[in-house]
Design a protein around this ligand. Structure first.
Ligand code: 4AD
Ligand code: MG
Length: 430
């Protein structure tokens, strides 16, 4: 019996006969010899079918091949004479299925066409590479959090109230009452922080904002982290180390994928340098000098973030935003009560915000006042206020958007390709 192996492991079998189970990604023939490009999801390789070396009925059968046909071949492994690639000299062939006419051809298709057949588009080389990078980033988050003593806490998705603000929630009927899909697990992991100290969650969150930008999804994956006995400077330090760890993991583990994506890796290699920090006030003054209409106490618009993040070759922290543009739970700056102790991390190359974080208000009376000022339903926030009643501590945390990270690291135009099945205001299918 020939051993079944993955394409990624072919290097271990040079000179031997192995079985490969894969899909046909491309094929061409020059009379007596046919070349098939195979992928089994772990890697790609070329299979060579030679009329002289195949049984006549197999050679005949090989002509039925079509794009995406699923096959089993028995073949001898050879190393490509010039490149670090392996070739298969096929001796046996079996079709699991000869695929029907595959709708994705080599020619350029429009984005809507491709998104309508996202279930098939995921097989394309670039889409394959993106999901592999996403996987590396996800695993890197878990590794980093484990190394740094964080406990994973699973926050609920069905919630009775908003975390970030009340206007952007998906509402649903929950028996006799109304529930909302969670925007962020933050408030819940704050509760768990009092039991475990350093905690994080990682899961899908939902925003009903009708944003049409290239960086907004209605469903995306967020990692929230929360740390007890921590001030803003240490919060930023952890974020910087996390992002550096994630990017370095991709640079190490996804060379092939980055090459497929034609990603210029020079900007990613800057990640070892310290991240730049500027205050919101400094950012505004720079932006005003560079043609933005932003006012002193405005939030940074997507365009502003883009401009700022083009000026540096590494991520930038923008700190101390005006309190009025940020969430109710952020702690005020003792040196300027109109500002909060917060930071957004902007990815370079025009990508903009990938992390939002802050020091949390830890005083019961002030937090109560903020909840009232924001006209939030006090009844729903009683449990959250309790956390400031029983052993309150200085604490802070942040939320990292996975798709924004994937888009930046892969160099994607739009965040929609960074998630397998994107949900936007225009798209709920497939
Ligand atoms: O800045 P945001 O809204 O922060 C929070 O939700 C906090 N509760 C997080 C915390 O402190 N624990 O969102 C965090 C990150 C953003 O920086 C961005 O990367 C991503 O989530 N994000 C989105 N990604 C895709 N589509 C959207 N509509 C996004 N909104 C936010
Ligand atoms: Mg934000």
């Amino acid at each position: 019996m020939t051993k079944a192996v993955f394409i990624k492991d072919l290097g271990q079998y040079v000179g031997q006969s192995v079985e490969i189970n894969a899909w046909v990604k491309n094929f061409r023939s020059s009379g007596k010899i046919a070349f098939w490009e195979l992928s089994d999801g772990t890697g790609q390789c070329q299979a060579i079918l030679n009329e002289a070396e195949l049984a006549p009925e197999l050679w005949h059968k090989s002509k039925d091949v079509s794009l995406e046909s699923s096959v089993k071949v028995v073949a001898r492994v050879a190393k490509h004479p010039k490149r670090e690639e392996y070739e298969l000299q096929v001796s046996e062939l079996y079709y699991y299925q000869i695929a029907a006419d595959y709708p994705i051809a080599k020619k350029d298709h429009g984005i809507d066409f491709l998104m309508d057949i996202r279930h098939l588009w995921l097989r394309s080389k670039k889409q394959w590479a993106i999901q592999r990078v996403r996987n590396t980033l996800t695993l890197a988050i878990y590794d980093f959090m484990k190394i740094n003593g964080f406990t994973k806490i699973d926050a609920p998705i069905l919630t009775p109230n908003a975390c970030e603000g009340t206007t952007e929630l998906f509402k649903l009927k929950y028996f006799d009452e109304t529930a909302y899909l969670s925007q962020s697990g933050q408030l819940y992991i704050e509760a768990a922080m009092f039991a475990h100290n350093r905690v994080f969650d990682f899961g899908p969150v939902f925003r009903a904002e009708k944003s049409k930008t290239r960086r907004h999804l209605t469903e995306f994956w967020m990692m929230d982290a929360e740390m007890a006995f921590t001030e803003l400077a240490d919060n930023l330090k952890i974020q910087e180390e996390l992002v550096r760890f994630m990017v370095k993991n991709v640079l190490e583990k996804n060379k092939e994928e980055l090459a497929i994506l034609e990603r210029d890796i020079k900007p990613l290699e800057n990640i070892d340098k310290p991240f730049f920090k500027m205050t919101h006030a400094e950012a505004v003054s720079w932006l005003q000098k560079n043609g933005s209409k932003i006012k002193a106490d405005d939030d940074l618009g997507a365009e502003d973030e883009g401009k700022l993040s083009l000026t540096h070759d590494n991520p930038i922290f923008v700190t101390h935003y005006p309190a009025k543009v940020k969430a109710f739970y952020m702690k005020r700056d003792p040196e300027d009560n109109n500002r909060v102790l917060c930071a957004d991390l902007l990815a370079p190359e025009g990508y903009g915000e990938v992390i939002g974080g802050s020091q949390r208000e830890d005083d019961y009376d002030i937090l109560l006042k903020r909840i009232q000022e924001h006209k939030l339903p006090l009844e729903e926030f009683k449990w959250y206020l309790d956390l400031r009643k029983y052993g309150s501590v200085p604490h802070g945390g942040f939320g990292l958007g996975l798709e924004r990270m994937v888009a930046w690291v892969c160099g994607l135009q739009h965040v929609r390709e960074s998630i397998p099945f994107p949900r936007t205001i225009y798209r709920l299918r497939p």
